[in-house]
Design a protein around this ligand. Sequence first.
Ligand code: ADP
Ligand code: PXP
Length: 287
Amino acid sequence: MECRVLSIQSHVVRGYVGNKSASFPLQLLGFEVDSINSVQFSNHTGYSHWKGQVLTADELHVLYEGIKLNNVHHYDYVLTGYTRDTSFLEMVVDIVQELKRANPNLVYVCDPVLGDHGSMYVPQNLYPVYKNKVVPVADIITPNQFEAELLTGKNISTEKDAVEVMDLLHAMGPDTVVITSSDLPSRLGDRFLVSLGSQRHVRPDGSRTTQRVRLEVPKVDAVFVGTGDLFAAMLLAWTHHYPTDLKVHTHKQTQKKLFGAQSKVPESLRNRSRLFKDLQRFDELVL
Ligand SMILES: Nc1ncnc2c1ncn2[C@@H]1O[C@H](COP(=O)(O)OP(=O)(O)O)[C@@H](O)[C@H]1O
Ligand code: PXP
């Protein structure tokens, strides 16, 4: 059955971030992807120069109105990433709420893109909008450590802190929280990167349970941009197939699928997807 994603993220002419990073892998996995480009830039903002346009809230509304007038605004997922404008982000929230009214099973996957390694790379005034308006309507969020700390006001120095932060994020709304990368030491040594996940469930008898997972990824000695966007997209894909088991989202299948179509995948995108090859070591966290 068709599964349709509305993906509101950046577009770059050169490179793979935002929609350029997320759409093709999702399409390979069988999803229909309708994309709205929150910005259209020459390249990602880590380059010394970048130029381009930022979509305004009114322009977003016009695009959404067009979809609505044709009565094709039926989505199973909304996926959002990089944005630079507060009123645009507020409009995203209005759209998500309207789409959720139309389809109460719609899942909103939000990568709260604010910054990394101690500093913000989007305007500061986006922070209260994410905290007070966006995260409360999200079902799945994928902050990195810096973003999780910023959203909760709590530092993460130990795994126990991270679990408390994930609980604070659950209390804000989302049932699934994944801290996509952290500075926490890995038991496998300093060549591994630790990600942590937490998923709340309601059992059939009404009681609640929370599954926590630790993911240890072999570090590649390089800096990648757009991997957070790919991570969020692939989490969407695998939570779709295994909605109640965060452990099985190994991305191994994604890798197989991408490499199955190897000749069709551009080299630079394949390099990024290689990062996910080793995402296979999951532990259940008991803290
Ligand atoms: N240097 C790296 N080595 C290995 N994996 C990486 C590396 N950088 C990113 N990744 C992968 O990409 C995922 C998302 O990266 P992250 O930096 O947390 O995203 P964001 O860009 O949103 O901060 C990580 O969970 C990891 O799987
Ligand atoms: C235009 C654009 N989109 C998206 C991103 C997010 O990239 P990542 O997936 O690495 O967080 C960035 C980060 O600089 C960016 O400049």
